[in-house]
Design a protein. Structure first.
Length: 289
């Protein structure tokens, strides 16, 4: 027996967890999702994730057929059924089964899928030594196409940037918006440190309003680390003293090389290390934060 998957109102074995070939989530990437961590049996920042999910659905006029309370209960049930203490949740809402053609109003009830499993995005040694990244040729989506704040099932733009990273034999790629400002990595948010100040691109530059990003900003402020949002260019990344990425799957991970240029000392920096430790303390229930 494999994982138990929540599928449209009930838990089923993963071998039986199937969607229709006419589901618009499959046909057109029409839907929204959240990736959520579980630490020590606790669903991390659950309310923030649910809020973003329902806001994303509202923007694309997708009606989630469950209240937030019902969806939370189903998620907790799925985590418990799979005995997940430290792991990862993928919560997916598809447009549902409809006719061929992009018209979403041919679809009936939206589909709800909840997967609770484990994840390891990068090897442990990379968190100690840092990663290499490149600047992607693929740009972020224009905000008049799909707002970056919507966590949609259509990730093709980010996938193309990830392919660029893979082709360059590095782990991540940095994406820029149409004005040449830094937006985000293919799957993570971006921070740099320069002269003791922590910077991150604003959401308006084209990045997802990451839950882990928000936690790191909160922790930095509580620890007295100066922080500012501002437009960043490739120059800012090249001359940064420290550089790190954040994300639900990635958590907090240092960047030590971008486009063949060494970042700082070539090792994860002290502020990065401090915030990484603070994040894990916070995620595991340390009330000092």
């Amino acid at each position: 027996m494999g994982l138990l998957i929540w599928l449209d109102g009930k838990l089923v074995d993963e071998s039986q967890a199937m969607v229709s070939v006419f589901d618009h989530g499959l046909l057109y990437g029409d839907g929204v999702f959240e990736g959520i961590r579980v630490y020590g049996g606790r669903i991390f920042e659950f309310q923030a994730h649910l809020k973003r999910l329902y806001e994303s659905a509202k923007v694309i006029r997708l009606v989630i057929p469950m209240t937030p309370e019902e969806l939370a209960q189903a998620t907790e049930q799925t985590v418990k059924a799979n005995n997940i203490s430290d792991g990862y949740i993928r919560l997916v809402i598809t447009r549902g089964k409809g006719a061929l053609g992009i018209n979403p109003f041919t679809c009936g009830r939206a589909g709800v899928i909840i997967i609770a499993s484990t994840i390891q995005l990068y090897p442990p040694e990379m968190y100690e030594k840092g990663m290499k990244v490149i600047s992607a040729v693929t740009t972020s989506n224009h905000p008049m196409t799909m707002p970056a704040q919507v966590k949609s099932l259509n990730y093709l733009n980010n996938i193309l940037a990830k392919i660029e990273a893979s082709d360059a034999n590095v782990s991540e790629s940095i994406m820029y918006n149409q004005q040449g400002y830094v937006s985000e990595a293919s799957a993570d948010n971006i921070f740099i440190v320069r002269d003791g100040v922590l910077y991150s691109p604003s959401i308006q530059a084209g990045s997802l309003e990451g839950v882990t990003r928000s936690v790191v900003i909160k922790l930095a402020k509580k620890m007295g680390i100066p922080f500012a949002e501002r437009n960043l260019t490739r120059f800012d990344l090249y001359v940064a003293d420290e550089f790190f990425l954040t994300g639900t799957a990635a958590e907090v991970i240092a960047v030590v090389d971008i486009d063949g240029r060494t970042v700082g000392s070539g090792k994860p920096g002290p502020i990065t290390g401090t915030l990484r430790k603070a994040f894990f303390d916070y995620a595991n229930g340390n009330t000092n934060y």
